[in-house]
Write a protein that binds this ligand. Sequence first.
Ligand SMILES: O=c1ccn([C@@H]2O[C@H](COP(=O)(O)O)[C@@H](O)[C@H]2O)c(=O)[nH]1
Length: 595
Amino acid sequence: AQPGGAEPVPAQPMRDLVWGKLNFLHTTDTHGWHGGHLQEPQYSADWGDYVSFAEHMRKKADKDGVDLLLVDTGDRVEGNGLYDGSHPKGKYYYDIYREQDVDIICTGNHELYIASTADAEHQLTVPNFKENYVASNLDYIDPKSGERMPLAQRYRKFQTKNQKLDIVAFGFLFDFTGNANNTVVQPVRETVREQWFQDAIREEADVFVVIGHVGVRMPEFKTIFNAIRKQNPLTPILFFGGHVHIRDAISYDSRSFAVASGRYFETIGWMSVDGELARTALSQDDADAGFSFHRRYIDNNLLGLQHHTGLDAATFPTEHGRNVSAFITKAREALDLDYAFGCAPKTLWMSRSPYPGDNSIYSWLEKEVLPDVATNPDRNDMPRLVIVNTGAIRFDIFKGAFTRDTTYIVSPFLSAMTHIPDVPYRMARKVIELLNTAGKIMESAPMDNRFMATPEQLAIHESILYEAPVLSDSFLDAAQQKPLGGGSVVDGGRPRLTEGYTTRDDIGLDGDDTVHAPVNFYVVPNCVQAEVEFPSDGEPETVDLVFLDFIAPWVLMALRLLGGEYSGEDVQLYVEGTFTDLMAGWIEKNWPRHC
Ligand SMILES: O=c1ccn([C@@H]2O[C@H](COP(=O)(O)O)[C@@H](O)[C@H]2O)c(=O)[nH]1
């Protein structure tokens, strides 16, 4: 854990890991949080702690004669000062990340939004993980020669260390279309028809492992599952997904299992499979070959990691892990990530509190920030509608210091505020409604309105509310729980639970390694809007329609549906600088400097 970070949480009821013959640790959508969550004790372990953890877990696997593999399913970048806070971005991140021995690794959409990020992936992460990086449906275009080539090998065949199991592994990205023009993402339904893929699924394999920056309930995984299963009726197929930022698990059939392991390095996913894995022992008669699959969502809590290894503060950190933590500390210092722009007077939530509402980060934007930052000296007296997509905000703001790190945590994107001047108000006022309707403005998938909201909102469609989100016996009674630490923190004889994930997936309610008190999740709209400089009575004839450039395609489509013939050429810059810088500037001006 990092100096100055929150102390890890003791005395939590824990569920142990169930080991099998083949075991996995999974990270996804870490978005640069490799220094851990400094303000949240439940997730404050850092990448160095994970290095130590994996070393101990590999040793145990070796001792027991089983196998352990580490996988990572992309979106490692964008969303934390440790990556975004340097020039060029990722100055320290690439060297920190490579310290973990990841056995199978693939790309997320965030590695591809900006051409220079994709270049860095090609020049740094791919060579850092040479034999382990898999790019089944992703090509890179060399900037000098213009040559198009696979970003990395299309699939990986290897043998596990201890049992010599033959693994055939793929690494996919969902059918993403927002990539910069130096990469090409092939739709998954086309990839599975490629000859190389058809040959790969005919390789002799004990287990197929499909890792992907794909939600486990997204159609892309189903397409891959069907293709592999058609050719291999008996072989276990294991899926590791991501992108939608939630903990989730699903079984596609009795020999396949899929896990998604959350977001922001809050979670280290665990999957194990037991049963007769050697293909030579399989026969059509074995209904399920005695396969059993387990999953756990391990909180990235240092004491929890120690618990799972049976070690303590003195014995847990390995030399390698310690060095990685120390390197992160140096990088954070060099980037001055703890520099405070101001002090947040209260916590502002994305989805834990209702919108609109006093504690909603989006209401704060609408009421306080947008009217102040969406200004253009040439058009300041013009009434305007200012629209921001809720996906532009990536994390809650906690009461206390708002630092350089927080800036990138809350809003890492380079989006600018653009506008279309003098739009008839009768048309402009209806845009927000269209952007927020659940259906699609356009038929084709890339224009799905929900892509303007956060990935969590994409996955969860209804608010999940608890009557008294404090203590619940049903969580306490869950199987296999054991108190972590001395259990001294008790409330009426029961452990006082910290708030956190209480995951319900297709397997049940016992996925989380730590028993938490549940937290509410409120659905929020795709976009929010501020009305600025409106006349005190009556309606304006025309308004400036101001919006983040990221949502320009949706805004233009909405206007078109409303009868407005606008194109990209009508969209002009409204304010210099990124939305992130504007927000940080507002905080510096409006919140007290020190807490
Ligand atoms: O410039 C941008 C890029 C992305 N977004 C929002 O992020 C999600 C995608 O997040 P993942 O972590 O890749 O799942 C996208 O749907 C947008 O809501 C943005 O606002 N601006």
